[in-house]
Design a protein around this ligand. Sequence first.
Ligand code: C2E
Ligand code: CA
Ligand code: CA
Length: 794
Amino acid sequence: MDVPDTNEIMTKFSSLYYDLYRDEIQRRNSELLKWFSFFGLGVAGAGVLTRALLRGGNLLPPFVVLFVLFVLLIVLRKRIVRLFGGNNTLALYVVEAPTWVIGIMLGSVLDPNNRAITFFMFVALLPLFILDRPKRVLSYTFFWLACFSVASWAVKPMDLFLKDMSFTVMYAVASMVTTGLLLIERLDSVKLFVESEEHARTSETTGLKNHYAFECDMRAYLNTPIIIGVSRIDDLQFFVDSFGHSIESSILSLWGASMTDHFGTAHSYSHSTRELLVMLPHMNPRKFEKLAGGFLLDFERRVGAELHIRPACSIGYVFGTPATEEELKQMINHADVLLSEAQRAGRSQIRGAEFDPNHSQHEELDALLGGNLQSDSIDAITGLPNMHAFRMRARSLVDTYVTDSQNLPYIIYYDIENFKEYNEDYGFQKGDDLLRSIAQIICDSFPRRLVARFGDDHFVVMCYRTELESGLAQTLNLAFDLHGRTSMPLKAGVYALRDRNENIGLACDCARAACNSIKSRYDVFWREYDEELRAVEERRRHIIGHVDDAVDQGWLRVYYQPIVYATTGEVVECEALVRWIDPVYGFMPPDAFISELEKAHLIHKIDLWVARRVCADYHDRVVAGLTPLPVSINLSRLDFILCDIDEEINKLTEQYEVPSSDLHIEVTESALSEDFTQLLNVTSKLRAQGYEIWLDDFGSDYSSLTTLKDFPCDVIKLDLMFLRASDGNKRARLIIKQIIEMANALGARSLVEGVEEQHHLDFLASIGCDYCQGYLISKPEPIETLVEQGLIPS
Ligand code: C2E
Ligand code: CA
Ligand code: CA
């Protein structure tokens, strides 16, 4: 049997529990106050009855007084509680006092010739009505016993007084044991209750308060100026898919811990499984942004240090004073929309705005499908909601109408192919008419559904599974009949929401990705976002989200492909081609990431890194006493816009002491089609400083010959496809010959890419081509491999 530890008992007697669980104890005492009044009323009532029947003489009036007292207590209970400022424990002590006084009078002054047995029966249960530290309850009881002893001594004959005293001592001992033990037991149950309550209010994954806790706390946030922030992890799904579900809980718990460290536990919540919410009363936006910035950085650092991966999270926030729970929820939605914008902008972003209740009243459901939109939420041409309004409304529709995961809505993203050309051919007036007709067709095909125009020729619908296919068929058919031009079909991408908390903006992106994936496919008109697209999209997000890592953490390599004289086969220089060795996706050729990074306007980071690496390699060879080889690097047309590329290159060649004549810059022919003047200015500047400009992929685009005359360059690189086409084709060979002659005439040298066979090389040498490059000579390889193979001298 367990022997109770005296230490443990003493701890329980101390004020420890009381201080820890004060709120719950106060709550229980308020309950007890209620029960005490009814219990007292019953006892006093019984007293009145029995005394009246037994004609209890002078004992009847005190019972009547008690009865009235308890009736008053029941009526005035709430006021009494208020009077004590919510301190229910103190109220209980005070409210009990008259009962003790009357009890003592009953046992002494009013009945001096009898033993005080009625008194003891009467007050026997009183101490148990107070839940407080055992020491205090017992002191209170002993105080009244002392009062009784004094009164008894004053009015009673000695023998009766002594008998009363023996009862008093017995009562005191019994009270000490029962009251003490019962109180400890009761305080223990308070502790268990509070702990389980806390457990029910805590999210297991993040350790923060959960949604249930939020619902309980919500009212406390009303009518105070407050900042509401919502945070999500940018690439969580990607990491889960790559490393399995166990990584998710590790990431989430680090996320929760970081949130607690920066915002405290009291106001941080796990809003949904993958969304954190922070509610900060009386905080100013500037301070919040500072805190939030610290949090975002800390999260990245923590996860990096513990899990060796680099997910980032972003925050959207609003500030304002919500008057109702409804408004508070609108604020959260608003923050959510801002968060989506932040996530779209890049890694670890913060976006905030002031909450405007008038604006969000328009988000109410009644107004959802009809007009009643604010002018800045309407698309002027079609009268449909715009993108921002769509996102807000779709969010509230899902929140209000979608209660389970069975009937999750679909997002359809429409795009009119070649609409731009139509506009150019027929004018804006006709273009706008077409947009209006398409808008009408979509609205007719999806009656009572949320339809919006996302700018340009893009429309979005939110609908349900049952109406999806018929609605799609109707729109696509009617649209086809409408303009009767097979050259500009309407295309649609479909995305099914996977859970009701899913971000609407990202869902629209997925639908758009599905739509884009069937662009220029003449036989497919709509596509649902599937696993294949998901994988592509995840890879895209991974690439965009990790450019800095690739640059900083050595995920990039430069491979060199030798370029030879066509006549002698001697290696004259190399082309630098970048490779990305990813911790998740492994080896990636440039085609896998260049165009994505161009779309995201991040390509210059890679190109500058390559330029630096190339200069450093050149310098290393010089230091090692080897003859350095000239190198050509590839620049994207965006490099000329995204940074001062000429200055950057000059800095690098100065730093690594590379003569400008040994660094050649390849610009693709397709780069010339846009921002031509800017490109021409910068390349001319570079040429004047001694760098050679090489025109890459010549012949792969339409504009070839026309641009050539306006774009001075040193070398023209003929695209691979010329050689591909030349095998057994006399005309193709003739064209190659003509281009080479033309290049010469323009004062440029010529290079043909994709030389795979000996007869290619022989042919090119015979027609006066200057340089060749291709697998016949070597594939692109790391510099050491080329040295080992003797292709470049060691
Ligand atoms: P590009 O500049 O036209 O580079 C030549 C591509 O053709 C290289 O592909 C090379 O491996 C490949 N190639 C060379 N000889 C042969 C051959 O005989 N047969 C065949 N089938 N292919 C051959 P890679 O390295 O995959 O690069 C693809 C493209 O990526 C490049 O085309 C270039 O446009 C771009 N790129 C590569 N590195 C960079 C860079 O650092 N910055 C930028 N902006 N673009 C780059
Ligand atoms: Ca190239
Ligand atoms: Ca090329």
